[in-house]
Design a protein around this ligand. Structure first.
Ligand SMILES: Nc1ncnc2c1ncn2[C@@H]1O[C@H](COP(=O)(O)OP(=O)(O)OP(=O)(O)O)[C@@H](O)[C@H]1O
Ligand SMILES: [Mg+2]
Length: 322
């Protein structure tokens, strides 16, 4: 089967996903422009990138839905462009923008989905799947009456119907409120604890930082950085971030007027300092500038800081916002 690798514990294992030189072109658009990555079994791997980076195209090739222009894509050692059927049963998919059938309830939807895959599913299995995703109390509620988070969990239940080893989650929390996002994070962690491998695409940096063992940052069809969140932060996130909490637009404008490079995040203004020896000087300077301020503190860089540093200059304003 797949190319064995030797992880740090020395035990050879089959890769869940192996992508080499993958390309996908649509006339003059290079949606995926020569990428390489691998995903180890049991890991959560995140493809992170702004709109149009090529995340969904990559995932759809791995799901056997699109043929690549060039390169290879293997799932559990099987070339997906040739023998996708061999691994179909080991893979579950939550598509981007998933919407369930309005008039089916979760119990019916899971049963219907199983029947499409020629799989008989018992009432007990349906109940267990709905339990896994936390929808037991909503099993008889028509999908049209479910909340956004519940609909997404129903989508994950449908992805789990075939008891897959590998689950693709394409932007599973986009558009959900913070509480529903956190609930889904808990579910995704539980799937990993249950032994599943997960490929998660997201444009939420905190999501990748919280969940992923490994991250590939994509932009314009290419992978611009790869590693664990900690590795990426220590490799590209040198320095310290000074947070001017509550400084808002007025604080941002005041800093800009004095030539201090800053950015805004949730009503706060952030100033990045590369060299720790400059922290004191910069703090004294920004503290002397008149602006609305709740508090000042410093923090180590996050994955978001790394992301903005790597591809920020190529991003359109607001592309990371919903
Ligand atoms: N069927 C298609 N025909 C032509 N262009 C396409 C097609 N599918 C995708 N593209 C283009 O390929 C590029 C990558 O799209 P893709 O959907 O893979 O990005 P993404 O990273 O998933 O973005 P998003 O965060 O918006 O979901 C975009 O420029 C998109 O417009
Ligand atoms: Mg997408």
């Amino acid at each position: 089967m797949g190319r064995p690798v030797s992880p740090s514990d020395g035990v050879a294992m089959e890769l869940a996903i192996e992508v080499r030189g993958l390309r996908k072109e649509y006339s003059d658009i290079k949606a995926v422009d020569g990428i390489d990555f691998e995903v180890r079994p049991g890991h959560i791997f995140s493809l992170l990138g702004p709109n149009g980076a090529g995340k969904t195209t990559t995932v759809e090739i791995l799901e056997g839905l699109r043929d690549p222009t060039a390169g290879s894509a293997k799932v559990f050692g099987v070339d997906v462009t040739r023998d996708y059927r061999k691994i179909r049963e080991r893979v579950g998919v939550l598509p981007q923008d998933f919407e369930p059938f309005d008039r089916l309830n979760p119990r019916e939807a899971v049963g219907y989905w199983a029947s499409l895959f020629d799989r008989r599913i018992t009432a007990a299995e349906t109940a267990a799947t709905l339990e896994t995703v936390g929808l037991t109390s909503r099993a008889e509620t028509q999908a049209i009456h479910l909340s956004g988070g519940e609909k997404r969990r129903l989508g994950i239940a449908m992805a789990l119907v075939g008891k897959p080893d590998l689950v693709f989650l394409d932007e599973p929390t986009t558009g959900l409120d913070p509480g529903a996002r956190r609930e889904l994070w808990g579910l995704i962690r539980a799937l990993q604890s249950g032994g599943k491998t997960i490929l998660l695409t997201t444009h939420y940096l905190d999501e990748a930082e919280q969940l992923a063992d490994d991250v590939a940052i994509m932009n314009h069809g290419r992978i611009v950085a790869r590693g664990s969140p900690d590795q990426l932060i220590s490799q590209y996130g040198a320095g310290t971030t000074i947070v001017l909490a509550g400084a808002g637009q007025a604080g941002y404008d005041a800093l800009q007027a004095r030539g201090i490079v800053a950015r805004q995040e949730n009503g706060n203004v952030l100033v990045h300092v590369d060299d720790p020896s400059q922290v004191r000087w910069t703090l004294a300077k920004v503290a002397s500038i008149e602006m609305p301020l709740k508090e000042i503190y410093t923090r180590r860089p996050t994955l978001e800081d790394v992301f903005l540093r790597l591809i920020g200059s190529h991003m359109k304003e607001g592309v990371l916002a919903e």
